[in-house]
Design a protein around this ligand. Sequence first.
Ligand SMILES: [Zn+2]
Length: 92
Amino acid sequence: MSGRTHTRACPERTCVGCRERAAKRDLLRIVMIAGGCAPDPRGTLPGRGAYVHPASVCLDLAVRRRAFPRAFRLPGPLDTADLRRYVERAAS
Ligand SMILES: [Zn+2]
């Protein structure tokens, strides 16, 4: 057993901050809107998405690693102010 097959029923994504895999529903989907990172909590917005834990520590890591420009294949840096506000509100 490789240990990978059991994840099928529960889709996983990698957090672009801490790089840990987690259930998709435990991560916040991020999409690019008008040059800025925007939260997509329902996962319904079109386009390329990146996933991060809804925690400011992971957001900080993602920003420091330039994970969002890489995920969206843009030169960056990208505006994460809205995203940060969202995460801070969600955490409190
Ligand atoms: Zn994380």
